[in-house]
Design a binder for this molecule. Structure first.
Ligand code: 7RM
Length: 635
């Protein structure tokens, strides 16, 4: 039996049992056998959730890039590490081998050092999905600088806040970026941000679009000549296990973004191990995660997890709708992708379009389909399963968070039988608990509650940069001695978990706790509905009532709207019960979404309750323009 690669359900249960009965022995064996260390640990784990303080593999030294690059060179120098697929399908894809990637990362690491970067310095990375983004992230890790990648769709304001919060002394960016048929002036955005960032000493700029940019003397430098001059080899910095590897900002429900801090050893071990099993990756496979590296999904499952396994990982610069809605499937066919990992929001958007866009392509290479980011509703699940997987590729609905670093609850494909909308079983080493509002653990099956984790896992975030107290308050005070996820979940009769959404999405109507996800599922099954979002609004009698924002498919346009509302409520009554019927239904052209595709319910809640005075900052939304439209037509 191999604890590293699980292939049968029986094996999963055995390994799981081992991992919770003796976590230290279990993780020690994984760490020992599958990674390279400069020196070994004195202690596998020490933890205290009250402080909170969590340390894995303390006393060990390593460099994550030696695990992602150097150690593969003897056997995989000429294997492809990264396939870069450009925005424009007419531009040729690049196949970057492990040998080439190693060289580019070494050159970049030397450039960082020559420009004054030392271990522990923070570097802000504001780049599109181009190979230089991967080189930069890995070069930071190689020299021990802490990368803070900011998604290159964020505004100058959001960028400045993030640069200042962790005192970045350097920014790495590009002249511009391509997204579909748009060109974005990234350097211009950086210039505006830097007016408020006195701590930034240098800006390194790579060329992508060839657009005109202003270069500030003694601050801004073109990257290309620096790379050309740099040595092609570099000695990786010795890093302690608990040295920070990166900071990644995640939005809090209120206030400023939280800079989640991840550390070197535990993060490496857990992302590599989950990648191997949850995608059942085998040598020679081509794996594609469509996320942006600006999100945790991109950090863990485009860069670190895959490269630590010597995998071939696709980096896609474009968007699913350019040049048309078949682009994902064209890329799957072209690179013979074996594992494909995307978000429900993308699936729903594509499911709205003509089926020909997906039927046109040969998708027979696919073996595993992944989903992440929000609950995947039943309709989207079936569309994905039928039209992309042709019923042959298991769907892994992976639940996790920026804070957890890696996937926490998920099926293992070909091992765990899947059920639509269920993230199924905890991954190896993960000990979930469902809690009631009084702080007691809810035992047994067919129950629901607030999802907590009872025991540390290697890739958990260790703190919020500069604000340990906020870290404790947000995650470790609601339930004693437990990490609180902020999500609700139910456990069914076989012990499968279904994530019901953020607990702030739970709406109490006439004393009944209603999760938004199941209601949205019911609505989305109506043939005229493309997507929907439910929020609560104050109601004299019920306490809260339900307000539905519904996007129709084109075929809905011509239909009688009042009749449609009745049908939607009928649908809900059938699926959940009359208690979940909507008091108000507004048909909308779009829903306000974050850049990573999550519906901003906070804004919808305000609109539904008529409290639109203070919507908060909407500038970081994907589509701020729909907010006005939805507001103007509110019921
Ligand atoms: C990876 C990522 C975290 C929040 C999390 C959930 C929601 C993510 C799923 C999901 C239901 C899923 N990190 N979420 N995956 N809900 N099923 N498979 O998305 O920090 O950006 O978001 O996303 O609410 O707490 S994140």
């Amino acid at each position: 039996m191999s604890n590293y690669h699980i292939k049968h359900l029986e094996e999963y249960f055995q390994v799981y049992r081992k991992s919770v009965q003796n976590p230290e022995a279990f993780w020690e064996e994984i760490a020992e056998e599958h990674f390279v260390w400069r020196s070994k640990w004195d202690r596998v784990l020490s933890w205290d959730f009250t402080k909170p303080e969590i340390k894995w593999f303390e006393g060990a030294e390593l460099n994550i890039t030696e695990n992602c690059l150097d150690r593969h060179l003897p056997t995989k120098r000429n294997n492809t590490a990264i396939i870069f697929e450009p925005n424009d399908p007419k531009e040729e894809a690049q196949h970057i081998t492990y040998g080439q990637l190693h060289e580019s990362v070494c050159r970049m690491a030397n450039v960082l050092k020559e420009n004054g970067i030392k271990k522990g310095d923070r570097i802000c990375v504001y780049l599109p999905m181009i190979p230089e983004l991967a080189y930069t992230v890995l070069a930071c890790a190689r020299v021990g600088a802490i990368h803070s990648v900011v998604f290159a769709g964020f505004s100058s304001n959001a960028l400045a806040t993030r640069i200042n919060d962790c005192d970045c002394k350097m920014v790495i960016t590009s002249d511009g970026s391509y997204r579909g048929n748009k060109i974005i002036d990234l350097k211009g955005i950086v210039d505006v941000a830097l007016e408020d960032c006195p701590g930034v000493e240098k800006v390194l700029v790579t060329k992508r679009t060839g657009g005109k940019v202003k270069m500030k003397k003694n601050r801004d430098f073109w990257l290309k000549p620096l790379l050309d001059e740099a040595y092609a080899d570099n000695d990786a910095e010795r890093m302690k296990s608990e040295d920070p590897l990166f900071i990644l900002y995640t939005s809090g429900s209120t206030g400023k973004p939280k800079g989640m801090v991840h550390t070197c050893a535990g993060y490496m071990v857990y992302t590599a191990y989950t990648f191997k099993n949850i995608f059942q990756y085998r040598d020679g496979d081509v794996y594609w995660c469509t996320a942006d590296i600006g999100w945790i999904t991109g950090h863990s499952y485009i860069i670190y997890g895959p490269l630590a396994n010597g995998a071939t990982t696709v980096m896609f610069e474009g968007v699913p709708s350019y040049p048309d809605y078949g682009r994902f499937w064209e890329v799957v066919e072209k690179h013979k992708v074996n594992q494909f990992y995307t978000a429900p929001t993308a699936i729903r958007a594509l499911a709205k379009e003509n089926l020909e866009f997906v039927e046109k392509y040969d998708l027979s290479s696919l073996k595993v389909l992944g989903s992440v980011g929000e609950p995947i509703n039943e309709e989207a699940w079936h569309w994905y399963n039928n039209n992309v997987g042709h019923g042959k590729s298991p769907i892994v609905d992976t639940w996790w968070q920026t804070e957890t670093g890696g996937i926490m609850i998920s099926p293992i494909p070909y091992v765990t039988p899947t059920t639509p909308t269920y993230a199924t079983l905890p991954f190896i080493g993960i000990q979930p608990a469902l809690m009631d509002e009084e702080g007691h653990e809810i035992m047994g099956i067919q129950v629901d509650g607030r999802l907590c984790i009872k025991f540390p896992w290697p890739s958990m975030a260790r703190t919020i940069w500069g604000d340990h107290e906020r870290y404790r308050d947000t995650y470790f005070t609601a339930y004693k001695n437990k990490y609180f996820t902020g999500d609700g979940a139910m456990r069914d009769e076989v012990g499968y978990y279904r994530i019901t959404g953020r607990v702030d999405d739970v709406i109490i109507v006439s004393g009944h706790n209603l999760g938004t996800a199941p209601i949205e599922d019911a609505i989305n099954e109506h043939p005229a509905v493309a997507e929907s979002a439910i929020v609560g609004f104050p109601h004299d009698i019920k306490g809260n009532a339900l307000y539905g924002f519904v996007i129709l498919k084109e075929i809905g346009e011509a239909r009688d709207r009042e009749n449609l509302k009745k049908e939607i409520n009928q649908q809900i009554t059938e699926h959940i019960g009359p208690i979940a019927k909507l008091d108000k239904i507004q048909f909308v052209p779009g829903l306000p979404k974050t850049r990573s595709g999550k519906i901003m319910r906070r804004i919808l809640r305000k609109i539904a309750s008529g409290d639109t005075e203070n919507l908060g900052d909407i500038s970081t939304l994907l589509n701020p323009e729909v907010v006005k439209e939805v507001m103007d037509n509110a019921l």
